[in-house]
Design a protein around this ligand. Sequence first.
Ligand code: GDP
Ligand code: MN
Length: 387
Amino acid sequence: MKIHEFQAKQIFRKYKVPTPEGSVATDPEKAAQIAANLGDFPVVVKAQIHAGGRGKGGGVQLAHSLDEVKSHAGRIIGMNLVTHQTGPEGRTVKQVLVEAGVNIDKELYLSLIPDRETASIMVIASEAGGMDIETVAAETPEKIIRVHINPLTGIQPFHSRKVCFGLNLAPEVIKEFSFMLKQLYQLFVENDCSLVEINPLVITKENKVLAIDAKMDFDDNAMFRHKDLLAFRDLDEEDPLDVEASKYNLNYINLDGTVGNMVNGAGLAMAVMDTIKLAGAEPANFLDVGGGATAEMVENGFKIILSDDKVKAILINIFGGILRCDILAQGVVEAARNTEIKVPLVVRMEGTNVEEGRRILAESGLELFTAEDMKSAGDIVARIVAE
Ligand code: GDP
Ligand code: MN
């Protein structure tokens, strides 16, 4: 689960991670009020969406007067902001963060992520802050520092020293930086984060360390123990189909291709996506209805795939273990009755009660293609979407 910059900064403050003073507004009047309370110019007016690259897209503006605050806020609120992370359709801005301006001396990059390979928490830092970190990694990989922290020992002074020296920090800022990093590590662990990213983390002309951007992402599987964080969720920022799927407890991820697919088990779903790609087509989604799926879950999964306009055909591949083939077949028929199916269906199933399942499908009067194995299922569906 992602949250907005202003929300991440609220959490930062709780952990004493320094960040500029400011507050969020949904209209220009309120924005001006916040700026007036800040007392000094310039102030920064920042679009709040769950995507980076706002600066380049015109969503981050400096204002030198209350009138400028109003005009920037008026323009940004309601705008459709397109950045390299929103995709070409962009995102509608509902609110802006109005924040005290900062005298920037140096822009750094700092992030924390779990590193699966080393089973540790990895700090990534770079002197090339403010830029797209993927570009830095591709063009000047030597400018990226990585420090692994064993979660059993937690962050130690030597970890901070490695990061500070790697960033060529001036001696005057090392103490403050190390304190900030220690706090950030605490924040990361206690909130079950999957990402904390500050780009840029700035050193001001007054030698202060300040997070002027803040991105946080949380492990969805840990949200049950962070009920307070759920209040930060902004459904407008999430893919509507993902939101719908999460209501039904389906493991669904919307993708770019044209072949919708419904599979039971994450491993089989991965294999099916590979099969679709090998056959020359692209999956439109990942959907694992789960090992213990019911006919109702199959129907819900079906509805979600069918409401996705880019889907030109659907491949259903079920191994009937706990979910028996006859139950699946009933779910498909049920869904077909309740939803208008506009695209061809390809079904491949195997396992418990497969004969019964095939009989139900055959007698349903539905128009579908049945495949004997995965490869031919992939080939059939790829042929259909290529037409
Ligand atoms: P992003 O483009 O979505 O990553 O948004 P950021 O919060 O990183 O802002 C983009 C850029 O605006 C930063 O890299 C800074 O260069 C600039 N910026 C943000 N806040 C301030 C500020 O207070 N003063 C100045 N001078 N520049 C700022
Ligand atoms: Mn940024």
